[in-house]
Design a protein around this ligand. Structure first.
Ligand SMILES: *Cc1c(COP(=O)(O)O)cnc(C)c1O
Length: 329
């Protein structure tokens, strides 16, 4: 099922979201590294959303969506389900806007994530991920309590909010020849495509997903949303099994291609971000850089001398896990 086109966000919606987020979301920096430029023979401009509030770009979509709720919806509250960055993003956005938030999280979610979500004042409802269906739990609670469900990617306001990261990148870094964006359910990629449509129409945009979770690539090839089994990858933020009914049509129409990278390339990317850019990046956050590096190896001439944007999507990784992955590389 594909969304009614009138329900799809537009470049103007991304622009409006950028105005709403101004002063609340961090305008994250654009990082560069002479070593990386020399290695790739291009000028690489990195939008560092690991330095965003709550540690990922998800804050943008969450805050934008909650700010567009009417007074009755705000009073009743919101609900979301996530074991990761969307949970913290909705919890903080709700706290800032004084909206009650309920987050459905697995009982075995990392203690740091449960604590962070509760720390923002959200009520956490725990479920067993092996025996219970989180969407059903959230749907049931939403109905009984009159809560508004905030989906992680398949929502026009979420997509428009996520697009503001690349909107800022294009404003701050100027025109780009190519842009690499990580791809899970497609909220960030579809929003980025709308920003590029408005500010850099000649820029070729590539989505990058984990090799084991290549539903986006399969969907692009098939011309319809393909659902895959739960992938095994260290890129937990992009371990989604299908694109959204709103993200897919935008991606299918405008993306240049969807690339895949193995987990080992993500570990290399995390190490490069730490050593060259001095930033802590979670495995999923390294997808775009890993995709760019693979694309340059595959066709060195294609990007020679180009100005290339890369998104870091998030930096939420426990130090033990970071050390375990990168220390062994
Ligand atoms: C959610 C998330 C993604 C994937 O974003 P989509 O909008 O679902 O494609 C990538 N990286 C990080 C760090 C995330 O939290």
């Amino acid at each position: 099922m594909i969304a009614d086109p009138t329900d799809l966000p537009t470049p103007d919606d991304v622009h409006a979201a950028a105005e709403i987020l101004r002063g609340t979301a961090h305008r994250t920096p654009v990082l560069t590294s002479r070593l990386t430029d020399a290695e790739l023979g291009a000028s690489v401009l990195v939008k560092a959303e690991n330095l965003q509030r709550t540690g990922s770009f998800k804050f943008r979509g969450a805050f934008h969506t909650l700010s567009r709720l009417g007074p009755r919806q705000r009073r009743a509250g919101v609900i979301a389900y996530s074991s990761g960055n969307h949970a913290q993003a909705v919890a903080l956005a709700a706290q800032l806007l004084e909206v009650p938030a309920t987050i459905v999280m697995p009982t075995d979610a990392p203690a740091s994530k449960l604590a962070a979500t509760r720390g923002y004042g959200a009520e956490v409802v725990a479920y067993d991920r092996y025996t219970e269906d989180r969407a059903a739990i959230a749907g049931d609670l939403a109905e009984r309590r009159g809560l508004t469900l905030v989906p992680p990617y398949d929502h026009p306001h979420v997509i428009a909010g996520q697009g503001t990261a690349v909107w800022e990148l294009l404003e701050d870094a100027g025109p780009l020849d190519a842009l690499f964006v990580c791809l899970g359910g497609g909220g960030l990629l579809s929003g980025s495509l709308l920003a590029v449509q408005a500010l850099a129409p000649g820029c070729a945009v590539f989505g990058v997903e984990p090799e084991a979770g290549d539903d986006g690539r399969q969907s692009l090839r098939a011309g319809r949303i393909v659902t895959i089994d739960q992938p095994r990858t260290i890129a937990d933020g992009a371990a989604t099994t299908f694109l959204g009914t709103r993200t897919f049509p935008i991606i299918a129409e405008r993306v240049e291609d969807v690339l895949t990278v193995p987990d080992a390339a993500l570990v290399e990317g995390m190490a490069l971000f730490a050593s060259r850019y001095k930033v802590l990046v979670e495995p999923t956050g390294a997808l775009a850089l890993a995709g760019l590096r693979a694309a340059v190896v595959a066709d060195p001439q294609r990007f020679a001398g180009a100005r290339i944007g890369v998104t870091i999507s998030g930096g939420n990784v426990d130090l033990d896990r970071f050390a375990g992955l990168v220390g062994g590389a």
